[in-house]
Design a binder for this molecule. Structure first.
Ligand SMILES: Nc1ncnc2c1ncn2[C@@H]1O[C@H](COP(=O)(O)OP(=O)(O)O)[C@@H](O)[C@H]1O
Ligand SMILES: [Mg+2]
Length: 297
C-alpha cells in the first residue's frame, strides 16, 4: 500500500504543484487519477515512486516512510510508465530496452529473456524485438515502454496517461491488458488520465485532482454523480452519462441512476422500455458487432 500524508510540493521555480495531498492507494486496486492539465497528476505520480521528494509531508510504502528505502528497493516494487515514451526509452533496440529494468534487478539472463519475451507478447509488440527504437512509431514506443515496466513484475505500476497518442483500438487493448494484469497478477495500478470514458470501464476508484489539491477519492459512480464537481475540476462526464443527463433533464426520461458505460445504459433503456408495454421489445438481441473497441459492462 502506498500512502501520502499531507504531501505538498513546490518546484524550484516556485510553482506549487501539490497541496496537502492525502492519497491512499490500496493493494490490488485499479485507481484512476483524473484532473485537468496542470492539476498535479504527474507530480503526484512522481512522489509515489520517490522520483520527487515532498517539500513537506510524507509518503509511505507499506507503512514505512519512503526516505527509509534506497531507490532500488522502491523500483523493485513500484514501476512507472512515463507520459512521453521518449523520456523512458534510451537503449538501441527494443529488446535491450525492455530488458534494462529486469537486468538491473539482478535476474539471471534466462529469466530476463523469458520476461522480455512475455512482456513484448503481452503488449502485442513481439515482432518489434529486434528493431531500433528510433524507427518506431509513437504508439509502438508506448507499448515498448509499458513492456519494460511489465518485465520488472513490480507490485505496483504507475501509468501517466498510458493511452495518450494511441489509436482507439490500441488504447482499448492496452486498457484490457492492464485490467487483466490487475486481476490476474493482482498488480496495483495507478493511472493518471483525463480520458473519463475509460474510468468507469476499468477503474475501481477515482482520485480527482484540481489545482494541486486532491478533492475526491471515491468510486466512479460516486464521482460522476457529482457533475458540477467534475466540471469545476476542468473535466467532463463520460459521454454516455452526459447523454443520459440530457435525456433526463430535457426530455423528462426517468432514469433511476446515471449509467456510465454503454452496457449499463443499454440495460437502463431496456428497463425503461419494459415499463412501457406498448414499446416492449420481443427479445433482446445480442449487441451489433461494430468492430469498435468494446465497451463491455
Ligand atoms: N519541472 C517543473 N518546473 C516548474 N513547474 C512545473 C514543472 N513540472 C510541472 N510544473 C507545474 O506543476 C503543475 C502541475 O503539473 P503536472 O504535475 O505536470 O500536472 P498534470 O500532470 O496534471 O498535467 C503545473 O502548474 C505545471 O506547470
Ligand atoms: Mg501530466
Amino acid at each position: 500500500m502506498i500512502k501520502t500524508e499531507n504531501v505538498s510540493f513546490r518546484y524550484p521555480d516556485g510553482t506549487v504543484a501539490l497541496n496537502k495531498v492525502n492519497l491512499e492507494v490500496r493493494d490490488g486496486e485499479f485507481l484512476a487519477l483524473i484532473g485537468a492539465n496542470g492539476s498535479g497528476k504527474t507530480t503526484l505520480l512522481r512522489q509515489l515512486i520517490g522520483l520527487l521528494k515532498p517539500s513537506s509531508g510524507k509518503v509511505f510504502l507499506n507503512s514505512t516512510e519512503f526516505r527509509h528505502f534506497k531507490d532500488e528497493e522502491v523500483f523493485r516494487r513500484v514501476g512507472m510508465v512515463f507520459q512521453d515514451p521518449n523520456d523512458q526509452l534510451f537503449a538501441a533496440t527494443v529488446e535491450q530496452d525492455v530488458a534494462f529494468g529486469a537486468v538491473n534487478l539482478g535476474l539471471k539472463p534466462e529469466e530476463v529473456t523469458r520476461r522480455v519475451g512475455e512482456a513484448l507478447k503481452m503488449v502485442g509488440a513481439a515482432e518489434l524485438a529486434g528493431k531500433a527504437l528510433h524507427t518506431l512509431s509513437f504508439g509502438q514506443k508506448r507499448r515498448v515502454a509499458i513492456a519494460g515496466v511489465l518485465a520488472m513484475e513490480t507490485e505496483v505500476i504507475l501509468l501517466d496517461e498510458p493511452t495518450g497518442g494511441l489509436d482507439p483500438c490500441g488504447a482499448s487493448s492496452i486498457m484490457h491488458l492492464l485490467r487483466k494484469l490487475n486481476q490476474w497478477r493482482k498488480t496495483t495500478m495507478v493511472m493518471a488520465t483525463h480520458d473519463v470514458d475509460l474510468v468507469p470501464l476499468f477503474c475501481d476508484r477515482v482520485a480527482v485532482m484540481s489545482e494541486g489539491w486532491l478533492i475526491r477519492e471515491e468510486t466512479p459512480t460516486e464521482v460522476f454523480a457529482n457533475a458540477g464537481m467534475v466540471r469545476e475540476a476542468g473535466l467532463r462526464l463520460p459521454r454516455i452519462a452526459h447523454l443520459i443527463e440530457i435525456l433526463k433533464k430535457e426530455d423528462g426520461m426517468d432514469f433511476s441512476n446515471i449509467p456510465l458505460t454503454i452496457g449499463n445504459a443499454r440495460r437502463e433503456f431496456v428497463r425503461l422500455m419494459e415499463s412501457q408495454p406498448q414499446t416492449k421489445p420481443e427479445s433482446i438481441s445480442p449487441p451489433v458487432t461494430t468492430g469498435e473497441p468494446s465497451d463491455g459492462s
